[in-house]
Design a protein around this ligand. Structure first.
Ligand SMILES: *Cc1c(COP(=O)(O)O)cnc(C)c1O
Length: 355
């Protein structure tokens, strides 16, 4: 018998981040900061106290309490996930029935439409304006007209780095007849979160992650925050032991280091500012070649028609950034990484001048 893969997975290939030997990795929006010696000791201690023969706490109670304390919210509103990626996947597959519609924005995080496809949802794409801004009234009309049961988007947005102000987001959530999955993966870098007000909405789920400002991409940890009806449903449909014991222990230990975490966020923001300023200076010397966006995240988005060529040029110099259609996304790194990537842009613009 010749086994045939079904149509929805036949053409897929594994997620393939740039791998291997690039000196400078500014392609995944991770934190460039390593835990200091004190934090490292706490993490080892947390890992050492795990009983690996026992299943983890299915509701990650202590971890959710640490998360809630760090953000000043109620622990009952929190569900932990194996990265926010897992939560996106669970939301798509459980909160939507086959062929129900979900509205996604473009450009935005690619995983939304990926998981929508696997879940056999109907994915409706809302194209942002030419400057990557979101016209909230137009979006509300589009969601309601399409009959979407879900709207998912990142705020601030990956990959544009732009944010939607709180009052606009509130208005959006109040005006759409759909569940809003508000992915705040980068909201540690901005101050317009709705994470503290989920109880005021019956259709809002806020996602957060430990992969960016918290600097823990390697332990795979994300959170969903919502009212009790929604968190209850999410707890019921997720796989029971989705967050392993080591991640629960280490995550709780990290989230208790409030001062350290706030310090990291500030350092990352300073790095972003300095990267942004150097790229702006380079751009100003060569008018018309690239446009550096003013964003509110830990990365800088650079629009250029020849993004692909610039990307290849940087890769040849051992510098990995992320390439999109007509723009590049550069994660803020250490001072020397930022300098390297800025020099790379400069060299690229020089070498391709007038061509
Ligand atoms: C990085 C990122 C995530 C994080 O995913 P994890 O699975 O928690 O690492 C989620 N959403 C967006 C928009 C991101 O950029």
């Amino acid at each position: 018998m010749a086994y045939e893969l079904n149509a929805k997975i036949r053409g897929l290939s594994p997620y393939d981040p740039i791998d291997g030997g690039y000196r400078v990795r500014l392609d995944a929006n991770e934190s460039f900061l390593q835990p200091d010696a004190g934090l490292r000791a706490s993490l080892l201690e947390a890992a050492a106290s795990v009983a690996p023969n026992r299943y983890p706490d299915p509701l990650a109670t202590e971890l959710c309490a640490s998360f809630a304390a760090y953000y000043g919210i109620r622990p009952e509103t929190v569900v932990a996930g194996n990265g926010s990626d897992e939560l996106i996947s669970v939301l798509m597959s459980s909160f939507l029935c086959k062929r129900e519609s979900v509205t996604v924005l473009a450009p935005d995080f690619s995983m939304y439409s990926f998981y929508a496809g696997i879940s056999e949802a109907n994915c409706v794409t809302f194209q942002k304006d030419g400057d990557f801004s979101v016209d909230v009234d137009r979006l509300i009309r589009a969601v309601n007209r399409s009959g979407s049961r879900m709207l998912v988007f990142s705020n601030p947005c990956n990959p544009t780095s732009l944010g939607l102000a709180r009052e606009e987001t509130r208005r959006l959530v109040r005006s759409v007849e759909a569940l809003v999955v508000l992915d705040e993966a980068y909201m540690d870098f901005w101050d317009q979160s709705l994470v503290g007000e989920v109880s005021g909405y019956d259709n809002l789920i806020v996602l957060r992650t430990c992969s960016k400002a918290i600097g823990m991409a390697g332990i795979r940890l994300g959170f969903a925050v919502a009212n009790p009806k929604l968190t209850g449903a999410l707890k019921a449909v997720k796989s029971p032991y989705n967050v392993n014991s080591f991640t629960q222990g280490i995550g709780a230990a990290v989230l208790r280091k409030t001062e350290w975490l706030r310090g990291c966020t500030q350092k990352i923001l300073e790095s972003k500012r300095s990267l942004h300023d150097s790229l702006c200076r380079i751009s100003a010397q060569r008018p018309g070649r690239m446009r550096v966006m003013d964003g509110v995240t830990n990365f800088v988005t650079v629009r250029m028609p020849d993004a692909r060529e610039a990307y290849d040029f940087l890769l040849c110099r051992g510098i990995a950034v992320r390439c999109f259609d007509g723009f590049l996304r550069v994660t803020a790194g250490t001072a020397s990484e930022n300098e390297e990537v800025a020099n790379g842009f400069s060299a690229y613009l020089n070498e391709t001048e007038g061509s």
